[in-house]
Design a protein around this ligand. Structure first.
Ligand code: FES
Ligand SMILES: [Fe+2]
Length: 423
């Protein structure tokens, strides 16, 4: 449970807010690389309550500027993209990718003001476009995510936008105990007959090797935030092994969910206080290709009633009951098709910003609580002029893990690339 004041602090991310300042100290994904194509259409970008426009110049470099023209605030997203910048349609002011106004056709030749818009540093990596919106003197090194080494064509890189606060999305992914329950269709095949047969699909992150619904959680702070292990008893004769699922929570709002074979890196990027862009990168640790079609089907993104491919928008709401078909619920546990669509429905019904002053938490929510604590601690640190947790962490070997091991195994040994917390 959180007081209303702390909940506000945690959830509000606009310019000048404490949590907005935390997010601005990190490189965040802002869009898919494929959303800023070479054909040079500008893209409206909303992030942390700021309205921006992204575009590519002829050299393929991406500019990220405020959407409103400096002249009289017309949207540059309707502008013409030229070889060396973007030109406002209204009176033709042209901006280079660094924000300099390089042409003012409606200004007299002897009265040309020198003007410069804000512009943010942008990088492209792993099929995503990343930006840093914080103070220039605090800009951290660009992170080295493990998937940057994998060919983009071998990964699944996607996005879903939903009208909900980022923290609900992050908490959903920080909460191991819902996996065996909400995602019963994948996690506990045979449930409708009162039986359990492990789902053999090593790609599916909801395919647990056990029907244990109350995992024991163990947490440890790391340089990047924290990681936790959910330990589950295995059924019957399992050679004395138990199952361990380790999820790294990378500050400020990223997690890595493992399946047995794949890694799902999921970034929750606040567009504003009540809208979140979820970017997902799925890859094989050996760099081999993933089965895009199969993963799409398992996630539920293939259903046009719930997801729009063109806009990346989640379409579930009470108007369509979030896709739930109640007649099916004798054989379909949630009545909602797909892991992501099940998650989305849960998080949307908590409201645009969940009221955490009325909740009743259990030991199963330990990791959720730790994520909140670390974010609030980071807000405090930034307010004191210090660095937020995780901003300089080495992410190059941070991985999730789903393994069955003897209970005597120290779970941290399964993820040797997770640096211990040093600050
Ligand atoms: S409003 Fe953009 S040039 Fe006038
Ligand atoms: Fe889930």
């Amino acid at each position: 449970m959180l007081s209303r004041e702390k909940n506000e602090l945690l959830c509000r991310v606009g310019p000048g807010t404490p949590m907005g300042e935390v997010f601005r100290r990190f490189w965040n994904p802002i869009c898919l690389a494929s959303q800023v194509p070479e054909k040079r259409d500008p893209l409206r970008v909303e992030i942390l309550g700021e309205h921006l426009v992204a575009f590519r110049n002829a050299a393929g470099e991406i500019g990220l500027l405020p959407e409103a023209c400096l002249h009289r605030s017309v949207s540059l997203a309707l502008g013409r993209v030229e070889s060396d910048g973007i030109r406002c349609l209204y009176h033709g002011w042209k901006y280079a990718i660094d924000g300099r106004v390089v042409d003012l056709p409606n200004a007299l030749p002897d009265a040309q003001p020198t003007l410069r818009s804000r512009s943010y540093p942008v990088r492209e990596a792993g099929g995503l476009v990343w930006a840093y919106l914080g103070p220039p003197e605090k800009q951290p090194p660009f992170p080295r995510w493990p998937f940057f080494k994998v060919p983009v064509a071998n990964m699944r890189v996607n996005r879903i936008n939903a009208d909900v606060n980022y923290m609900q999305q992050l908490e959903g992914g920080t909460d191991s105990s819902h996996v065996g329950i909400l995602h019963t269709n994948f996690a506990r095949p045979g449930w409708e007959r009162g039986e359990f047969s492990a789902n053999p699909d090593t790609d599916n992150p909801a395919a647990l090797s056990t029907a244990d619904l109350a995992p024991t959680l163990d947490l440890e702070d790391t340089d990047f935030g924290f990681h936790y292990a959910a330990m589950r008893e295995l059924p019957g004769d399992a050679d004395g092994l138990h199952n361990v699922r380790i999820v790294p929570i990378v500050m400020p709002s990223t997690r890595i969910i493992p399946s047995v074979a794949l890694q799902f890196v999921i970034f929750e990027v606040p567009m504003n206080d009540t809208r979140t862009a979820t970017f997902g990168v799925t890859f094989r640790p050996d760099g081999g290709p993933v089965d895009q079609w199969k993963l799409n089907e398992a996630s539920g993104r293939h259903d046009p009633a719930l997801f729009c491919e063109q806009t990346n928008r989640y379409l579930g709401s009470w108007a369509n009951n979030f896709g739930q078909v109640r007649e099916n619920m004798d054989r379909d546990w949630s009545g909602i098709h797909g892991v992501v669509m099940e998650d989305m429905a849960m998080q949307m019904t908590q409201g645009p910003i969940a009221d955490r002053s009325v909740e009743h938490l259990l030991a199963a929510d330990k990791a959720v609580v730790r994520a909140r604590q670390q974010l609030l601690e980071s807000a405090q640190r930034v307010a004191e002029g210090k660095d937020p947790i995780g901003v300089h962490a080495d992410l190059s070997a941070v991985m999730g893990c789903d393994r069955s091991v003897p209970p005597s195994t120290r779970w941290q040994e399964l993820v040797p690339g997770h640096p211990a917390r040093t600050t």
